[in-house]
Design a binder for this molecule. Sequence first.
Ligand code: SF4
Length: 248
Amino acid sequence: MFCDVCVTLNGFLLRKRLSRIVGPEAEARRVAKLRRVATSVGREGQSLFAWRRRPTLFNVLVAEVMLQHTPTARVVPVYERFLRSWPSPGRLAVAPISRLERTIETLGLHRSRARFLRGLGRSLTRRKGRRSSAQLGALPGIGPYTAGVTAAVVSRERVGFVDGGIARLVRRFDGQPTMTMRAASDRVATLMSAGDPRLIAWGLLDISRTTCRFREPLCLTCDLQGVCRTAAADGPHATKTSGPAALA
Ligand code: SF4
């Protein structure tokens, strides 16, 4: 049982928290804060993975294909082995399928992925140079998320994109659990309208993977806690227990 004073005080504190994150000015501050935090996290994580240390179109696309439905930790050694054997689209375009399958078999879906990767090598060999998200999306088997995140990282295109993890982060940040994927992607596009799209993209990916996790989001130490509508409405509900290693 709560006494009347406690109920009044709780209501007051909740209204005060909400007033900091509702309204046009508060909204602009929230977006700017999310952009700043994502940029900072992205900068910290820019050398975490081989595909980030050398973010060419080929490297990023190969990594994205491997990362689909596969934990990052499992992709890292396979990606490095793969790039040693097939460091360019031209080499990949003529790779024997059986060898490709053996190299990536620990990722699962290796038969379809091997064929897809070789097809990717052929597509990139036929036409070299940078591509927009629209051009990437026209390649066989490349969906809107892969096209968008690749263009943001490789060409620093100001474009929206969303996968399950980023959608979760955006929905919680805005306190809208039923937000559509399309709306979440538009939200990311707004975020991308300023700043460095590459760092923002990496930051969103890392925050969703390591802090705004599916289970037990680490709200207590999340840098977005003060502007996150879910944290304001529900209260922070977890404690960060892991260090930088959690990024891997
Ligand atoms: S405060 Fe919590 S719910 Fe909000 S973005 Fe951070 S981890 Fe996610």
